[in-house]
Design a protein around this ligand. Structure first.
Ligand code: ADP
Ligand code: ADP
Length: 227
């Protein structure tokens, strides 16, 4: 489990939009941090900087543990990602989707099968191992996407509105499960959402953004009263 240091990280897009003002934020090993705020406040930009999908402005520093990852390409950062519509491989079974990252890294077959079996149990996907994504419900697909993202034991797990495409009832159920998995897996995670209830249920700490800045950061109960 990895500490993330974001030090004076800023992002100006080529068209001049200052999506992220210089921002400093430290995420503890195993901590789940939610990024909250209105549309356009810079949540996705910050997430994409951590992922390595965007290059930050000069003077920015990003560290995973002792490693300076500021200039490191995405494939060398050890991040796992789950998006709202993160396409699973449609031609692969559930088990093959979950094991994909391990397989391409040359992990021995027995080890891959062990990890896939564990995640199938944890994510309650038992009996669905041989189905294709098209034969799953929306909630089941997101559980497979999560299992696939964590199978390779990423240093940092990035979640961008992973539950936003689900209906209200399913969202509520899956959010409590997600909170539970993240604690059990002890993965450092950054979770972007504009759903306050989701953030309170899942995250250890919340960072509230506004107009490219983090304007508040702390545990949920310090920022919001319980409903
Ligand atoms: P959020 O995720 O909170 O909705 P974003 O990080 O997507 O916010 O966007 C922050 C700001 O940066 C917005 O003003 C948005 O319009 C702008 N923006 C996002 N992506 C780009 C881009 N590729 N080029 C120019 N501006 C962008
Ligand atoms: P349903 O409501 O029946 O679950 P969706 O509207 O979620 O259907 O999905 C529509 C299409 O988008 C489907 O063909 C499905 O394969 C694809 N799709 C949706 N979400 C995902 C996802 N998380 N991963 C892969 N494919 C997805």
């Amino acid at each position: 489990s990895t500490r993330v240091d974001i030090v004076q990280c800023a992002k100006t897009y080529p068209d001049g939009t200052q999506a992220l003002q210089p921002t400093t934020l430290h995420i503890e090993p195993g901590e789940v941090l939610a990024l909250l705020g209105p549309s356009g406040c810079g949540k996705t930009t910050l997430l994409r900087l951590i992922a390595g999908l965007e290059t930050p402005d000069a003077g920015s520093l990003l560290r995973f543990g002792d490693t300076d990852v500021t200039q490191l390409p995405i494939e060398q950062r050890g991040v796992g990602m789950v998006f709202q519509h993160y396409a699973l491989f449609p031609h692969l079974s559930v088990a093959a989707n979950i094991g994909y990252g391990l397989r391409i890294r040359g992990t021995p077959r027995a080890e891959t099968e062990r990890v896939v079996g564990e995640l199938v149990e944890l994510m309650r996907l038992h009996g669905l191992e041989h189905r294709r994504p098209a034969e799953l419900s929306g909630g089941q697909r997101q559980r497979v996407a999560l299992a696939r993202a964590v199978a390779v034991r990423p240093r940092v797990l990035l979640l961008d509105e992973p539950l936003a495409a689900l209906d209200a009832k399913l969202k509520e159920a899956l959010r409590d499960e997600l909170a539970d998995w993240l604690r059990r897996l002890r993965i450092t995670a950054v979770h972007v959402t504009h759903d306050q209830q989701e953030a309170l249920a899942i995250a250890d700490r919340l960072a509230v953004m506004h107009a490219g800045r983090i304007v508040q950061v702390g545990p949920g109960e310090a920022l919001y009263r319980r409903p």
